[in-house]
Ligand binder design. Structure first.
Ligand SMILES: Nc1ncnc2c1ncn2[C@@H]1O[C@H](COP(=O)(O)OP(=O)(O)OP(=O)(O)O)[C@@H](O)[C@H]1O
Ligand SMILES: [Mg+2]
Length: 281
């Protein structure tokens, strides 16, 4: 795959200096989900999911509402620890380490694995503080360093020119699309290797959605991106791999995983075919 061509495909807008990295022609698993079952108050929500996520690639999680896409993302950076009644069985290896091992540091994991949510959720603070707060929490406190990292993250998401003269004004005064890019910048500032995105464009208008989509394309190669989207056209445009989930017997299950083109054009499973063709789901 020619990464420049791939990026060019979804490039109606030109953002900052972030350049796409190398294509993921040599798949190397960076996240390995092994036999993962997830329950809320004992009720199964995800059943025995096994899946590899490849380094530097964009992987789309698709499937109907309630099939466990958000639950899987939450399990990958242990946000599940914070959900009352949520329990996880099985293993998730990130760079070969079992993140549920009692010796693993959740703080270190969250630095390595960033998350962006559906609804832009900036802190009710200034733009500057939105970026500096997580850096401070992770021990980066030198003023000049914080300023440099913040500027670079804002440049990476194409927001610097729009906000550089109002860094001390409230983040909540930004438009929805700008807020979402700020949240992505906030995640990128910690230099994670992996970025989990839960329907990052669904609350945005088509223009803002296009800008964020273009940004996600630019992350390919240097970040491993796992994105949940209900927008199948978007999944098709941006993802290298797709995982299709379905609810069966009240629990979400992985039906099929593979190269995105294969999932959309010649899926193995009839449920996948029905879903991607809009017949079911
Ligand atoms: N905090 C929770 N407590 C109890 N049940 C939950 C909780 N979060 C999710 N569930 C249940 O787990 C199942 C999977 O939910 P999840 O949010 O992961 O699905 P999803 O695929 O992300 O859906 P959507 O596309 O609507 O966002 C659903 O049946 C849901 O009701
Ligand atoms: Mg969800």
């Amino acid at each position: 795959m020619n990464i420049k061509q791939e990026v060019g495909k979804c490039d109606p807008f030109t953002l900052g200096p972030l350049e796409a990295g190398p294509a993921c022609s040599d798949p190397l698993p960076v996240i390995q989900v092994k036999d993962l079952s997830l329950r809320y108050h004992g009720k199964l929500a995800l059943k025995e999911v096994s899946l590899d996520i490849y380094k530097g690639c964009i992987t789309a999680l698709i499937g109907p509402s309630g099939c466990g896409k958000t639950s899987l993302l939450s399990a990958i950076n242990r946000l599940t620890d914070l959900i009352p009644g949520c329990s996880v069985n099985g293993r998730i290896l990130v760079q070969g380490r079992n993140i549920y091992d009692p010796d693993e540091s959740v703080q270190a994991l969250r630095r390595q694995v960033g998350m962006v949510f559906q609804k832009p959720a900036p802190f009710p603070l200034s733009i500057r503080r939105n970026l500096s707060l997580p850096l401070h929490e992770h021990g980066i406190t030198r003023k000049a360093e914080v300023a440099d990292i913040s500027e670079q993250a804002l440049r990476d998401v194409g927001l610097w020119d729009e906000v550089c003269d109002r860094m001390d004004s409230a983040a909540l005064n930004l438009s929805g699309g700008q807020q979402q890019r700020l949240c992505i910048a906030r995640a990128l500032a910690l230099q994670p290797q992996i970025l989990l995105m839960d329907e990052p464009c669904s609350a945005l208008d088509p223009i803002a959605s296009g800008v964020v989509e273009d940004l996600i394309c630019r992350l390919r190669g240097r970040y491993t991106v796992v994105i949940v989207t209900h927008n199948l056209a978007q999944a098709r445009r941006i993802a290298n791999y797709a995982a299709f989930f379905w609810v069966s017997g009240h629990a979400g299950q992985l039906i099929e995983f593979g190269r995105c083109q294969k999932i959309f054009e010649s899926p193995r499973h009839e449920l996948t075919a029905a879903y991607v063709n809009g017949v079911r789901g």
